[in-house]
Write a protein that binds this ligand. Structure first.
Ligand SMILES: Cc1ncc(COP(=O)(O)O)c(C=O)c1O
Length: 387
């Protein structure tokens, strides 16, 4: 039975070329980038190349690209860095009610140190309330952190409108955005969107796990929380993880050449899946915005009444179909999803919610197979739960 992997919101399969580059790096280019000899220079050049590729795609300077261990670390570095460097200006931060735990829990932690956080509401489609944002910006607001694409429902925030409002009301407040699900899926332009800090992660676009990037605007002073040998501009001490950085660079290179084609393909597959499910299964609710302008190409969140999402995940597993309940990092937690609660879902709807995560590796044939199998599984589970 062929595998149908539809959990690409959680992680993606690396491109073959990414694996090749990493293996070559581990076997041959194993020098330390800080070493003075040729082996060191070779490793240093790999870092430089990857930095240039990421910078090129974002339209920024390579010196504004910091390599980290992933989205979680990028978010922590940005938020804690700003909080530690600029608390003399103020201790107020604005965020939203649908952020990833790596943002949300970091802000919760900062509140223990005297920071105040305003969490913006979202509407039924997961869009932040821009008027509430305007009203919430204060003189002592040092940071606004709002994600680009939500990891559970795929909503795209209007980053350009958010950036413009922040800078109009308080030009000194920094704008950070968690773009782990947005990078390579929707157009991003830190310059025109007035983004000061942007996080991304390698494993969401067919790169390796354990590597990410924090873009930071020139002139921003981030007080590092890890000190040592002063690698990465002194912001992240420790010998650089050259193989994964090489892999991330390769994924950026490949993905950026096919950006339009991959996005269009995923949008078509998502539409086929949504329409097929709407036609074949009763009592369902689509949580992802149907208007493609408000939605990323790769995420479809659906609630099935009378079914437990977790049980559905396992029942599809026997057909080698892999989906998830919500985000990978929260699906093992008992707590109800904050995102689904924020968009107004009932407890029963939340329990019956699953997320399909698409990638450029999926096919229309796979969507048809899911549409064939899933309705029968939902029906059997409903009968079972009704008993
Ligand atoms: C929106 C978002 N932010 C941050 C992260 C964390 O990224 P990483 O797994 O690279 O730490 C994820 C991962 O699921 C995510 O979806």
């Amino acid at each position: 039975m062929e595998e149908i992997y539809l959990d690409n919101g959680a992680t993606t399969k690396p491109f073959d070329a990414v694996v090749d580059v990493m293996v070559d790096c581990l076997s041959n280019q194993y020098g330390n980038p800080s070493s003075l000899h040729r082996k060191g220079m070779e490793a240093e050049n790999i870092l430089k190349e990857s930095r240039n590729k990421v910078a090129g795609v974002l339209g920024v300077q390579p010196g504004q690209i910091l390599f980290t261990s992933g989205g979680t670390e990028s978010n922590n570095t940005a938020i804690r860095g700003i909080a530690r460097s600029y608390s003399n200006r103020g201790k107020h931060i604005i965020s939203s009610k649908i952020e990833h735990p790596s943002v949300y829990n970091t802000l919760e932690d900062l509140q223990k140190d005297g920071f105040t956080v305003t969490y913006l509401d979202v509407d039924r489609e997961g869009l932040v309330d821009l008027q509430q944002l305007e009203k919430s910006i204060r003189k002592d607001t040092i940071l606004v952190s709002i994600m680009g694409v939500n990891n559970e429902i795929g909503t795209v925030q209007p980053l350009d409108e958010i950036g413009a409002r922040i800078k109009r009301i308080n030009p000194l407040a920094f704008f950070h955005t968690d773009c782990v699900q947005a990078f390579m899926k929707v157009p991003l332009d830190p310059e025109t969107m007035k983004i000061d800090l942007l996080s991304l992660s390698g494993h969401k676009f067919h790169g390796p796990k354990g590597v990410g990037v924090l873009y930071f605007r020139k002139g921003i002073n981030l007080r590092p929380w890890q000190t040592g040998g002063s690698q990465e501009y002194g912001l992240r001490s420790g010998t650089e993880n050259v193989p994964v950085i090489a892999g991330l660079g390769k994924a950026v290179e490949i993905y950026s050449k096919h950006f339009g084609e991959y996005s269009a393909g995923m949008r078509m597959m998502k539409q086929r899946l949504r329409e097929g499910l709407e036609k074949r299964v009763t009592d369902i609710k689509i949580n992802t915005p149907v208007d493609e302008k408000k939605a990323a190409p790769h995420i479809l969140s659906v609630s099935f009444r009378g079914v437990k999402g977790e049980v559905l995940v396992h029942s599809l597993e026997k057909y080698n179909i892999f989906i998830s309940t919500r985000s990978a990092c929260s699906s093992r937690q008992a707590r109800a999803s904050g995102v689904l609660t924020a968009i107004g879902l009932t407890g029963e709807e939340i329990e019956g919610t699953v997320r399909f995560g698409l990638s450029s590796f999926n096919t229309m044939g796979e969507m048809d197979r899911v549409i064939d199998i899933l309705p029968g599984e939902v029906e059997s589970l409903r009968k079972l739960f009704r008993r």
